[in-house]
Design a binder for this molecule. Structure first.
Ligand code: 13P
Length: 342
């Protein structure tokens, strides 16, 4: 492992005012997204959609530091024959790859999940490196029990998921790939913001214990956490400031300063919420790590609707806008006036 190289890549992924585009939807998930615009999901339509995003300027040059791809996409070529990973690298962004194979039911723990994908991972990482990937992503999924059921998540679920994240991260570093470690506490359900804080804190403490135990060098990692936020069905929703304050407090208590950067998932927040929350944290706090975005839905929902399967100009305009707004939020310089100026 060359830690200096890993650290350089990680720093590029969280460069000031830039963030990551998560375009790594599995074939099943992208089909659901395309259903919303009544577009058939085929290898070509998925390629056209992603090529349109990766060719968007100035968004790609100015606001996007990295792109997370799915296995199919990293092997695809643009309509003119250029490999999509090369298109991304040409814009100055780092190509990355999702390497987990999804969250499956956890044996002996009804309602809980374990992320799979460790079998053969060393070989897959070496291959991905040879076709241009310089970082990877693995997402652990932590649900919170409904109606005050505090048996979920169980310590068992947290332990096995964090153990798997650390095994993945160690293999990535061995292959010269920066691991994004993503322990996502879901915002589905009716839990309070305090309960989200508690579960997120418990999960992050366990994660950093496992990374340490398995020899993962934090300088060559990126953390992709959820924000601390009430469940979507919680009757008491939180203000932007509350989410920002509690998220920062939680991270400050759990994440070592050696971590090069933190890039949030959007997790089902609206586009505007995801931008406003990130902005509020960066505007109010001076932290040991850059805080930026690694959004899927919050970057792609508006362009997908505008594109509608055919209108490239409208799709790129919408992507430029969301990328610019989130780039500003990563600097704490976003305002509603800029948002509404289009
Ligand atoms: P969302 O921003 O849509 O949550 O997706 C980010 C991601 O990569 C989840 O793994």
């Amino acid at each position: 492992m060359n830690l200096e190289e890993l650290n350089d890549i990680a720093n590029r992924m969280v460069a000031h005012g830039q963030g990551i585009l998560a375009a790594d939807e599995s074939t099943g998930t992208i089909k659901k997204r395309f259903d919303s615009i009544k577009l058939e999901s085929t290898a070509d339509s998925r390629r056209d959609w992603r090529e349109m995003l990766f060719r968007t300027q100035p968004a790609m040059n100015e606001c996007i530091s990295g792109v997370i791809l799915y296995d199919e996409t990293i092997r695809q070529k643009a309509a003119d024959g250029t490999p999509l990973a090369e298109l991304i690298a040409a814009s100055g962004a780092v190509p990355g790859i999702k390497v987990d194979t999804g969250a499956k039911d956890l044996a002996g723990a009804p309602g809980e999940k374990i992320t799979e994908g460790l079998d053969g991972l060393r070989e897959r990482l070496n291959e991905y490196h040879s076709i241009g990937a310089r970082f990877a992503k693995w997402r652990a999924v932590i649900d919170i029990g409904r109606g005050g059921d505090d048996s979920i998540p169980s310590p068992y679920c947290i332990d096995v998921n964090m153990h798997a994240l650390a095994r993945y991260a160690a293999l990535c570093q061995e292959a010269g790939i920066v691991p994004i470690v993503e322990p996502e506490v879901l915002m589905d359900g009716d839990h309070s913001i305090e309960r989200c804080y508690e579960v997120t804190e418990y999960g992050l403490k366990a994660l950093y214990r496992e990374l340490y135990a398995q020899g993962v060098q934090l300088e060559g990692t990126i953390l992709k956490p959820n924000m601390v936020i009430p469940g979507k069905k919680c009757p008491e929703q939180a203000s932007v400031e509350e989410v920002a304050d509690m998220t920062v407090q939680c991270l400050a208590n759990c994440v070592p300063a050696a971590v090069p950067g933190i890039a949030f998932l959007s997790g089902g927040q609206s586009d505007l919420e995801a931008t406003a929350h990130l902005n509020a944290m960066n505007a109010a706090y001076d932290l040991p790590w850059p805080l930026t975005f690694s959004y899927g839905r919050a970057l792609q929902a508006a362009p997908l609707k505008a594109w509608g399967g055919k209108d490239v100009e409208a799709g790129q305009k919408a992507f430029n806008h969301r990328a610019r707004m989130n780039g500003l939020a990563a600097k704490g310089e976003w305002t509603e006036a800029l948002e509404n100026a289009g």
